[in-house]
Design a protein around this ligand. Sequence first.
Ligand code: ARG
Length: 637
Amino acid sequence: MNLHQTVAREAEAAFEQAGIAGAPVVLQPAKNAEFGDFQINGVMGAAKQAKQNPRELAQKVAAALAGNAVIESAEVAGPGFINLRLKPEFLAQHIQTALTDPRLGVAETANKKTVVIDYSSPNLAKEMHVGHLRSSIIGDSISRVLEFMGNRVIRQNHVGDWGTQFGMLVAYLVEQQKDDAAFKLADLEQFYRNAKVRFDEDPAFADTAREYVVKLQGGDETVSALWKQFVEISLSHAQAVYDTLGLKLTPEDVAGESKYNDDLQAVVNNLVKQGIAVEDDGAKVVFLDDFKNKEGEPSAFIVQKKGGGFLYASTDLACLRYRVDKLNADRLLYVVDHRQALHFQQLFVTARKAGYLPARVEAEFIGFGTMMGKDGKPFKTRSGDTVKLVDLLEESKRKAEAVIKEKNPKWQLTDELEKGLELISSLTNSENLKNKLKYNSESKNIEITLENNFTYHLPINQIDKIIKGSEEYTDSALGYIDEISTAVGIGAVKYADLSKNRTSDYVFDWDAMLSFEGNTAPYLQYAYTRVQSVFKKANDWAPNAPLTLSEPLEKQLALELLKFEDVLNSVADTAYPHYLAAYLYQVATLFSRFYEACPILKAEGQARNTRLQLAKLTGDILKQGLDLLGIDTLDVM
Ligand code: ARG
């Protein structure tokens, strides 16, 4: 339900009754639950306008709100604030509705749009770096939320697959292609560096490279095929990162710079014809009065270089036109590093002037800050190299595994068990199995002698567990630990990013993001498993029965759960996923307070059922909410 709007309507009706119809009610969630659930802050402004005493006017509004089906109490405070408390019956009824709704009570937006969202968009001549990690994570979450709210979302991965450096890369590929190209490109960064060295040291190589650029642009088949091969291998690297991250981006979403080639000259000609671009020292430039530089001169948006070459700007203009005309976008989002803010401002203004971006289409630059290391400098490896994303994500999984094993001894035997299993299965094929296994009755270990004469001691009771798959381990400690480490390790990286206001820089800190305390993925994932563990023991309850909310923490939790739609709407409107993260953290924290204060399984009758219902909706919202951030939940961890 749209809780905010529902309460705001009541406030508006009361304003009308108090004789100030139409004045903004300025409704806000209460800062402190002690004072109420919401606060109306609009009376003071209205009083000033109407030249009335604000407290008296507030009294009138409060009186008009009393006895209403939504509001339990309305109290005037300070100079004319009104603190509202909602009726428990009203909350209970909507919780019940949410419980029976697969969308958890969240309605799709009334104003559905076709949203084209540009995210990830790495340059293929290089290994993807952390800047693209942020774009990928943030863009994926925004696109999930928009989709969930009923919009038509078109993902576009605007990869950098064009430009002069590709001549050099193709030339190097040819030179190297005695072996498998995929093998040569296993380390893209290295490949790029080697190519650059060849380019700089050997003029003949550099000539070939330049020749290839011309051929590529001229559509030469052989060179184009090589370029394509390079692009495909490079894209497969990116896709591997997407898959590890669990992103919704697929190969079908790739629409790289090269896609717009044939349209670039047409766009520039059109801009010149409209008098928007002018010739300046051989180049074609759009001068924008809207952004003046330090010297007070209009900023220059170069759309064609002297000599005819095209640039990033030319491609983006053609691309924007395509997204509006061919993809029928109502809203364009570009999730890109904030250092490109000016480029996008210039792009949007130019496109508006040129009529490519009609007023009905919104265009937004969704900028984000830099990912920093703990040393406060942009995130790098110890040796100062850029960090490879695959390595970073692998490391995160390993660290998560260690943290989980430390926290929960249940998983600690897994390594042992896994090794034992591996050994046994490798030995079952072995002829002299018997010679290799020896039972030591004193230590109760089975001793397995390996090739290198190293003896492995496997406690007999563990063998028993492996073979029988005893209760404790059927949760499949074997293999499952991998699932947990992935969910937690990847979830932690994503959540660390998404939980912060994207416009600021943030420090990448494994210890902080993998902590089970505070606003982290593991904390939320753990809260979810706690809810699930309640339901393992809770048989016999009625998920759809009416609820009775009596304890303050029951009401508070219910109120929070009903704000889910409000929060998703604000994420969809503003493209700030941290609102959702903050909300989920609030839900988890409130749940934990509720859990302490209001025993669930030990309670009886109506109280027990109500609490189970609240727990159920909490779990469902945590799961759905985390999924919208692109984070997996686990039933056990
Ligand atoms: N490839 C660019 C980069 O890595 C980002 C592209 C963003 N999207 C766009 N339409 N310009 O910096």
